[in-house]
Design a protein around this ligand. Structure first.
Ligand code: PA5
Length: 443
């Protein structure tokens, strides 16, 4: 279970930073559980770990099993909330080298999360001579990046397997009723999975959006949901002992005290995309109405040798949240060297994890001494249940935190601005006037 160490906030915040927020937290809790707050129609994720659609879940497991049997590669096409959660979980529970280290099932490649020609061609090169399947994911069904990528991979599959063969290798995850992808999936007869109406993109990792690719990677999605359900039940208990209440209140208190950046730090390279997922969750939920903490991330100890300078010594605008796993999966002992030319024999026989732990402890104190408050999120191990719990913890705390800040944590009006300009510049029908105005400004 998640444990929050708040001791390194001491001296940075007034004594009553938590108690003074309990009324507001209690209201936020009610809004989340009843759906009566701003954006309440998008709180379907709150009880999802208990109330998810069992029949769809079984279909996800069956489809994943089919992919694991008939495909050497799975191309997962999606962007933002339709991308980051799956990648976060696959890598967090395995490693960034998943495609090289897996012992069974398909390699997982992600596409449609940008518009790089070279990146897309690279994925095509990697899969075209293999047996592969595609999972195209888009809640709206109209997002340009995945739609363009899907058009290309659909053509590739049809060329390789024929229309009929391609059909059985395409899995579409989208809205239950509307959008271009839903129309296409129905017309072509693809197996489809649903992004529930009441679950927004960045809260959708525990729906088919995340679960199908995660299961295709061989992760036990039942354990993932069980971990999330345990967290859901424990975080629903009101009070100052609740780690989600503590985290939401600490963020709000630090923001009120003048901090503007939250850095999520992890000491495991496998957590890199988890921190990317977290950045979207908090950035899109809170960064609006001229408010919000800017979510940043670092991978330690690597980034101690780059961003460490700024964190220690630069503008004092940030605090850190550190994810700490108590145990490593395997152990590695530092060998003795009779010559001791590197002077490291004082570490001989010690596990590498001991060195990592002292790095974490030393960094914590150095950064606190440098004026950077630290929160530590402790977990026993990097396993499936814990990760399910951590996902739910961050989602739930994000909902509380957004309400404390006084924003709607479930909309993303700012994401539309670039899309409108891009459509106009691309010459999409209906955008003719904007195109002329934008072109004039760009000359
Ligand atoms: O959180 C969000 O709403 C966004 O990041 C979306 O997930 C992203 O824009 C992709 O949208 P869609 O799933 O509709 O293609």
């Amino acid at each position: 279970m998640i444990h929050l160490d708040l001791s390194k906030l001491s001296g940075f915040l007034p004594e009553d930073w938590l108690s003074s927020r309990t009324d507001a937290l209690s209201q936020a809790r009610d809004m989340l559980s009843t759906g009566n707050g701003p954006g309440g129609s998008f709180t379907g994720w709150v009880h999802l770990p208990r109330d998810y659609d069992r029949a769809e879940f079984d279909r996800i497991q069956q489809a994943a099993q089919r992919i694991r049997t008939d495909s050497q590669a799975l191309v997962v096409i999606g962007i933002g909330g339709s991308y980051l959660g799956a990648r976060a979980v696959v890598e967090a529970l395995n490693s960034p080298n998943f495609n090289l280290t897996r012992t069974s099932g398909p390699a997982i490649y992600f596409a449609g999360n940008g518009l790089s020609t070279d990146a897309l061609l690279e994925v095509i090169d990697l899969v075209k001579d293999k047996d592969f399947s595609v999972n195209v994911i888009s809640k709206s069904g109209t997002t340009t990046e995945p739609a363009v990528a899907f058009r290309i991979f659909k053509a590739l599959l049809e060329e390789k397997y024929g229309k009929e063969g391609a059909r059985s290798r395409i899995y579409a995850t989208t809205d239950a009723h509307k959008g271009a992808l839903k129309g296409l999936a129905d017309a072509e007869g693809y197996e489809t999975f649903v992004v529930p109406d009441a679950v927004g993109g960045r809260y959708s990792v525990l729906t088919a959006v995340g679960l199908l690719p995660i299961a295709a990677a061989g992760v036990d999605i039942q354990a993932l949901m069980a971990g999330a359900q345990t967290a859901m039940e424990s975080l629903d208990v009101p009070g100052t002992e609740n780690p989600a209440w503590q985290y939401a209140a600490a963020r709000h208190a630090l923001y009120t005290s003048g901090k503007r950046v939250e850095i999520l730090a992890a000491y495991e390279p496998s957590m890199r995309f988890f921190t990317e997922w977290w950045k979207q969750l908090y950035g899109e939920s809170e960064g609006k109405d001229g408010k919000g903490l800017f979510p940043a991330s670092v991978e330690f100890t690597a980034d101690l040798h780059s961003m460490g300078q700024f964190i220690q010594d630069g503008e004092r605008i940030m605090f850190e949240t550190v994810i700490r796993f108590e145990n490593t999966r395997r152990t590695l002992e530092i060998p003795n060297d009779p010559d001791n030319v590197d002077g490291l024999n004082f570490l001989s026989g010690k596990p590498l994890s001991f060195v990592a732990e002292q790095a974490l402890r030393g960094t914590l104190l150095a950064h606190v001494d440098g004026g950077v408050p630290n929160l530590i999120i402790g977990l026993e191990q990097r396993d499936t249940r814990s990760l399910g719990g951590l996902i739910y913890f961050f989602e739930y705390a994000c909902g509380l935190s957004g309400y404390l800040l006084g924003v709607n944590p479930f909309d993303q009006p700012g994401v539309e601005a670039y899309k409108k300009n891009m459509f106009a510049l691309l010459g999409k029908p209906g955008y003719e006037d904007q195109k002329a105005a934008l072109e004039a400004r760009l000359h």
